[in-house]
Design a protein around this ligand. Structure first.
Ligand SMILES: [Zn+2]
Length: 379
């Protein structure tokens, strides 16, 4: 599909522009500037002009979002998109009449400059969809996903406030003491994935077998992603229903407190980085959770600067790195208060405390820096 090639071309152009940017230099062109350049490029190239402008603009917007995520610390740097590997585009400003159901199993959607495209009606399409995304997976199957903004959930009116911390040992910790885990693959599925990965390494390039194994791996990955999405939906609905005010850590602030080397300033976060494999998925899940909360509880979500929340005592406010007995345990050296480390952090977030460093060590460094803890050997 031409749309994919156009979206990819525009995206890669944006990546190229951004790769020229270096710390200390002026900012690379932002979305507005790039959109202006796109208009110029469309005037100059017939093949680009023949494509859909909304698809091309959307690729730029997606890129701007990706850059934002990168500097927010939740995602990796946006990279080049390759033909055959990253095929997809997004269509916005969808009108209700552009999505039609033909029968129980099929529907069709109007894609500008392409026409009607039939798709298998596998899930309910909510009314009022504003955009959809078309992608092609490694197995060569096309997918169509509609994006909907969920209805807001009324506040319970109890005046209750909750703090949510992205946990080190769990997906999220609540100030109420709840520890939430995000479902992943079952041990059986995990074993199967390991077996498949080994099989993939042995399979000859270009062989049928290799393609079969790749498809099986992609299916497992999709199942895991489905479960995480499901968890995000349930958790965000639950929180929006139970609490009037939801305070979460502000990831953008965290991104800015990164040191030049790119290490995250929060003690213990390194350990999770080493877990590597799940980090990206978990981080993406967290960003999604916050986004969904903002949809479902508009005006009731507050972002809190997370600096020092993990080493400040939620009982007495004493703030020193020594409070952090281990990855999982918080024990205040001043008042003896002991709690799960993630829950203690969530309580500080719930308090909305503008936490400042009072310990001597913290004052030695820049104000927004937090001393690193040694990763515990037993983790
Ligand atoms: Zn204390």
């Amino acid at each position: 599909m031409h749309h994919c090639a156009h979206a990819r071309y525009v995206w890669n152009l944006a990546v190229e522009q951004h790769s020229h940017w270096q710390p200390g230099r002026a900012w690379a062109p932002n979305y507005v500037e790039q959109a202006r350049q796109l208009t110029e490029a469309r005037a100059g190239f017939d093949w680009l002009r023949a494509g859909s402008q909304t698809v091309q603009q959307q690729a730029l917007r997606d890129f701007a979002q990706a850059v934002g995520n990168f500097f927010g610390g939740t995602h990796r740097k946006p990279t080049w998109r390759k033909a055959g590997q990253h095929e997809g585009f997004r269509q916005v400003a969808v009108r209700p009449e552009h999505v039609q159901r033909l029968n129980r199993k099929t529907g069709r959607v109007w894609v500008p400059k392409v026409g009607w495209v039939r798709f298998r009606w596998s899930r309910n399409v909510a009314t009022g969809v504003k955009s959809f995304r078309v992608t092609r997976d490694h197995a060569g199957r096309w997918h169509l996903a509609f994006a909907t903004i969920p209805d807001s959930i009324p506040a319970p009116g109890t005046g209750e406030v909750v703090g949510v911390d992205r946990g080190v040992t769990v997906a999220a910790a609540l100030s109420t003491g709840d520890l939430l885990t995000c479902p992943a693959l079952s041990p059986g599925e995990q074993r199967r994935l390991t077996r498949l990965r080994r099989a993939l390494a042995r399979a000859k390039r270009g062989s049928h077998r290799r393609r079969r194994v790749k498809t099986a791996i992609a299916k497992l990955a999709a199942r895991e992603a489905d479960r995480r999405r499901d968890w995000v939906e349930k958790t965000s609905t639950d929180l929006a229903r139970r609490f009037d005010l939801i305070r979460v850590e502000d990831l953008n602030i965290r991104g800015m407190t990164r040191s030049a080397r790119g290490t995250v300033q929060r003690p213990g976060r390194n350990v999770r980085q080493k877990a590597g494999l799940n980090r990206g998925i978990l981080a993406a899940g967290w960003g999604r959770l916050v986004a969904r909360l903002e949809h479902k509880a508009p005006g009731r979500v507050e972002k809190i600067n997370p600096a020092f929340t993990s080493q400040t005592c939620s009982a007495c406010g004493h703030c020193v790195p020594e409070n952090r007995e281990s990855q999982a345990v918080f024990r205040c050296v001043a008042c003896g208060h002991q709690a799960n480390a993630d829950v203690n952090a969530a309580r500080n977030i719930a308090a909305g405390r503008a936490v400042t460093a009072r310990g001597g060590r913290a004052l030695a460094g820049p104000a927004n820096r937090e001393p690193q803890l040694e990763p515990p050997s037993a983790a």
